[in-house]
Design a protein around this ligand. Structure first.
Ligand code: X8Z
Ligand code: ZN
Length: 614
């Protein structure tokens, strides 16, 4: 999802819960003792304030998103028109959300929480959280940050990747990493993908200072703490949570790591099995998803999708959501989205990373993707439509504009990833006639392929990414240790090493788009995977009464209702309450660990006699 600012507010719901003010007695006769001044009606005041605030917020948010959309879909080298317009729109937004007057009003009203409704308090807090990202007491810092952010995005998505002397897209590089067997060509592609890093270094260091300085004005010690506070957690609590998740998945990861080292050494004809996985051996630029390593006989989804085409994938994902009872996407989704790679020869570029946008916090929803017909984009399409259906579902009169967001950010990421998992399970594929019912498939290989996707992701997301950003923002990681720290973490958590020494002349973390434009919140994805398996476990066992490893959600209105009930309140309901009510559990890796447990025995047998290095 595009995670810029938080949502805003509609007022119908509030109006319903705000009691009418008792009219105070007005005139007093001169002879009487002076009347006690009427007690202020804070609920009515908050209501009035929120109404005006939300209308303006929504207007400015829409303008900012429209400008950002243009900046992300039409990047013309050397042309700063879009960047300037985006910076202007974002500054207007910042001037409003961070205005001294608004901050004072928000704080003033929050001093009377006892007299406000829960929904009002939530909205006021959301507005104050937004204010902390743009406090106008330090307007010059905010202005510089907005300019620096816009410039960084242009650099990031305007970069000309070169492989074998030719300009290539990141889709092209990813394809080489998924398919190429020659280690030298793999290494060249991997290195090509990292060439962008150094170009982003100065901008990123500047952004660190500006982001940290911005949030300090409202009392957050650093930007990482600010982002974690959106979950109601301190930085330390967030780090403790992600470290714990990582620990819980570690035994399984250790087996997968050992398995992959030996299998890939065989595949690339290497006699010596390395202790750590060479980064360029893996089918992903960051080693965050290894699933392309394994082909499951009988389920060659890539081949099926290649025949169906990219557009079919998007429509099929929509049909899946519709089958659960969600509406068809609004026609404007197809008219305004940018779903496929740009045609060859155009003189502009676009953001190459998938995202979903809630442009006006109403029904103008769009996705920015470069969908190609393959399994990775098939899952990503389901992921992005998850965001889109979340947007559409909490766009309802009960949810004030300021609370049109996920129960937390991880829920927003979980919905579509859950559907992506469901859309690859065998009974689902058979039900859609994508594979024959008679196809003989190996359950263990299927589970292995899934583990190489979901389990291998955790050390990257909760380990490398979260630890690096924590260190970068909160521990002031020195500029001459940025890459060293990255590779130290990659070795420790993922057990991966680079093909050659990566000194400080490189900046490999910056090759991950989120480091630049979705900062200090990558743990969202780690948490989302954990939530995803909690939801899936509940759906499979309690709703569908199916084995979680072999489900078919298609057409189940009950599953649709379950998911829509989570989506509908947006951020107006506490995320812990939602999970407890819907699954009976607190946040935990229990379901994820259980799901992959059957693989342990297989991997241990495969790895018998092999050297473990982690
Ligand atoms: O960034 C994304 C989505 C967009 S919200 C495609 N994901 C993470 C990534 O690509 O690094 C989905 C899973 C992990
Ligand atoms: Zn997402």
């Amino acid at each position: 999802m595009k995670k810029t600012l938080l949502p805003l507010l509609t007022v119908a719901a509030l109006a319903a819960c705000a009691p009418t003010a008792k009219t105070p007695p007005s005139a007093t006769s001169a002879a009487e003792t002076p009347a006690i001044p009427p007690k202020p009606d804070y609920r009515a005041q908050a209501q009035e304030f929120l109404q005006g605030y939300s209308t303006e917020y929504q207007r400015l948010y829409t303008q900012s998103q429209e400008a950002e959309w243009r900046s992300n879909t039409h990047i013309v080298a050397g042309d700063t028109t879009n960047a300037a317009a985006t910076a202007r729109a974002n500054q207007a937004m910042a001037a409003f959300t961070g205005s001294t007057e608004n901050i004072a009003r928000l704080r003033g009203l929050l001093e009377h929480q006892a007299e406000l409704s829960e929904l009002q308090i939530k909205q006021l807090k959301a507005a104050l959280y937004n204010a902390a990202n743009s406090p106008q007491t330090i307007a010059d810092v905010v202005t510089r940050r907005i300019k620096a952010e816009t410039a960084q995005v242009e650099k990031l998505y305007g970069f000309d990747y070169k492989y074998q002397g030719k300009s290539v897209t990141t889709n092209d590089i990813d394809e080489v990493l998924r398919k190429e067997k020659n280690p030298a060509r793999r290494q060249a592609a991997w290195e090509a993908s990292k060439a962008i890093g150094p170009t982003l270094k100065e901008g990123l260091l500047n952004l660190r200072d500006l982001r940290n300085e911005t949030v300090k004005a409202l009392g957050y010690p650093d930007y990482f703490t600010y982002q974690a506070s959106d979950y109601g957690l301190t930085r330390e609590e967030m780090m403790q949570l992600v470290r714990q998740l990582n620990e819980e998945l570690r035994p399984l990861y250790r087996e997968l790591h050992t398995y992959a080292r030996y299998e890939l050494a065989k595949k690339y004809g290497q006699k010596q099995v390395p202790d750590y996985l060479p980064a360029h051996w893996l089918p992903n630029r960051w080693g965050q998803d290894w699933s392309a390593m394994v082909d499951v006989k009988g389920i060659n989804l890539d081949a099926v999708l290649a025949k169906k085409g990219a557009e079919w994938q998007v429509k099929q994902a929509e049909r899946f959501y519709q089958s659960l009872g969600f509406s068809a996407l609004p026609p404007s989704f197809y008219e305004k989205s940018s779903l496929y790679p740009l045609p060859a020869g155009v003189n502009y570029k676009k953001n190459n990373h998938a995202s979903a946008w809630h442009i006006d916090l109403e029904n103008d929803v769009r996705s920015l993707m470069s969908v190609e017909p393959n399994t990775e984009w098939y899952e990503t399409t389901h992921h992005e439509l998850g965001h889109i259906y979340y947007f559409l579902t909490y766009t309802n009169p009960e949810v004030p504009v300021l609370l049109r967001a996920g129960a937390n950010r991880a829920y927003h990421e979980a919905m579509g990833s859950l559907m992506g998992l469901a859309a690859t399970q065998k009974p689902f594929l058979v039900g859609l006639n994508l594979i024959p019912a008679t196809a003989k498939t190996d359950q263990t290989q299927t589970l292995l392929k899934e583990a190489l996707n979901y389990v291998t992701f955790l050390p990257f997301a909760s380990g490398v990414m979260s630890e690096w950003e924590n260190s970068f923002y909160a521990e002031n990681l020195p500029p001459d240790q940025l890459n060293a720290k990255w590779w130290e973490l990659v070795k420790k958590y993922q057990g991966i090493t680079p093909p050659t020494t990566r000194g400080e002349n490189f900046l490999d973390p910056a090759t991950k788009t989120h480091i630049n434009d979705d900062p200090a919140q990558y743990y969202d994805y780690a948490l989302s995977y954990v939530i995803l398996f909690q939801l899936h476990d509940h759906i499979a066992r309690k709703i569908l009464k199916q084995d979680p490893h072999a489900t078919n959600y298609y057409g189940s209105k009950e599953v649709g209702t379950f998911l829509a009930d989570i989506m509908r309140p947006g951020a107006s309901k506490d995320w812990r309450t939602v999970l407890k009510e819907k699954t009976g559990e607190d946040l935990s890796a229990r379901a994820m660990v259980d799901y992959f447990q059957p693989l342990m025995a297989y991997l241990k047998a495969q790895n018998k006699g092999r050297k473990y290095t982690m």
